[in-house]
Design a protein around this ligand. Structure first.
Ligand SMILES: [Zn+2]
Length: 122
């Protein structure tokens, strides 16, 4: 099994829909997203996937969230925009765009330097 990891950042505002919690107030983060994909077979050129191409795919998914108010962006207009849900959203969107034979191993999202969440598909 081979794995590749790329990192991207995005800036966005959100409000958690948790009554009485301070994160219910409008605030923002500079999120850091680490995505790891995996696959069993390398291409003939010895790569699992070109880093440039992987970054472009992650950028397409994350780009929808950058400089946005997450509570207005589907699926977060209905789904609480927690770090956990952001991880899963990015992972599922990326999985649908990966070339055949590759899958998402993990998505880790850092809300701050010390706080991160991760999603690993079943
Ligand atoms: Zn927050």
């Amino acid at each position: 099994m081979f794995r590749l990891t790329v990192e991207q950042t995005f800036s966005a505002a959100h409000r958690l829909r948790i009554s009485g919690h301070k994160c219910e107030n409008l605030h923002g983060h500079n999120w850091r997203v680490c995505v790891t994909i995996e696959g069993r077979e390398l291409r003939e050129d010895g790569m699992l996937m070109d880093f440039h191409d992987l970054k472009a795919l992650v950028g397409a998914v994350v780009g929808r969230l950058d400089h946005a108010y997450l509570n207005d962006v589907p699926p977060f207009d209905r789904l609480n925009p927690t770090t956990e849900n952001i991880c899963r959203h990015i992972g599922e969107e990326l999985a649908a765009r990966l070339p055949h034979g590759l899958s998402v191993h993990a998505v880790q999202v850092f809300e701050t330097d010390g706080n991160s969440g991760a999603w690993l598909p079943d």
